[in-house]
Ligand binder design. Structure first.
Ligand code: ZN
Ligand code: ZN
Length: 225
């Protein structure tokens, strides 16, 4: 009996403590209990599911602030997106406006527009002589069906009309550029020709006649050989 009782106890003792920590709490009923709440589950998998679903405080607490951060940053993102979109629209508008200011019709910043302006409105007079003959400065130079350059003529009387919405300098050369673009056929001389004499308001003009700044009532004479 003495030898039998310890031998009968020995297998029971190591079996008891060894089985408790290693196996996830198999109950006598064969079920698995949750350490935290004591709920019982038939399979260890469903216990794991339960633990991860109900007793994963770290994950849950991380998730909740994360969610609120998400919605905040989401709001921030949509704000940022709005700013970016607004910025793109503004840039587009500015770009479009600047492009309007430099249409292909432009010549040295001289626009061709559908209406006349008189913020600046001056009338220099131009006479062109070729081989001693007075040649016509044509009517409607700088005028097309759709628009009118700030530099133009109305009648074939040699009056240049400089009419623009801004006060600025215009040169005789710019008038010839407009003439060359809009009525090349009526130019009475080659644009690269050198005049034999240039007279401005009764004074001989030296230097390039293209650089003459137009003025109201000015009298310009160009003499070509
Ligand atoms: Zn006009
Ligand atoms: Zn005018």
């Amino acid at each position: 009996m003495d030898s039998a009782s310890p031998s009968s106890e020995q297998p029971a003792q190591p079996a008891g403590p060894a089985s408790q920590p290693s196996v996830p709490a198999p109950l006598q009923s064969g079920k698995h209990a949750c350490k935290d709440c004591g709920k019982e589950f038939g399979a260890p998998e469903s216990l794991e599911q339960h633990v991860s679903a109900k007793h994963a405080p770290q994950q849950e607490s991380r998730h909740k602030p994360a969610a609120s951060i998400h919605s905040k940053s989401g709001r921030k993102k949509s704000r940022t997106t709005q700013y970016v979109i607004a910025f793109i629209i503004v840039v587009g508008l500015v770009y479009g406006y600047l492009n309007m200011g430099s249409k292909p019709d432009d010549l040295d910043g001289i626009r061709c527009e559908s209406m006349e302006f008189n913020v600046m409105h001056i009338h220099p007079n131009l006479k062109i002589f070729v081989n001693g003959t007075d040649r016509v400065v044509a009517a409607n130079i700088g005028v097309s069906a759709s628009c009118m350059y700030w530099l133009h003529t109305h009648a074939p009387d040699g009056v240049i009309h400089a009419e623009s919405p801004v006060k600025r300098n215009f040169t005789l050369g710019q008038f010839f550029k407009v003439w060359n673009r809009t009525q090349r056929d009526t130019l009475p001389f080659q644009l690269n020709a050198t005049p034999s004499q240039v007279v401005v308001d009764g004074q001989n003009h030296t230097g390039n006649y293209w650089n003459i700044t137009l003025a109201d009532g000015q009298k310009i004479e160009l003499h070509f050989p």
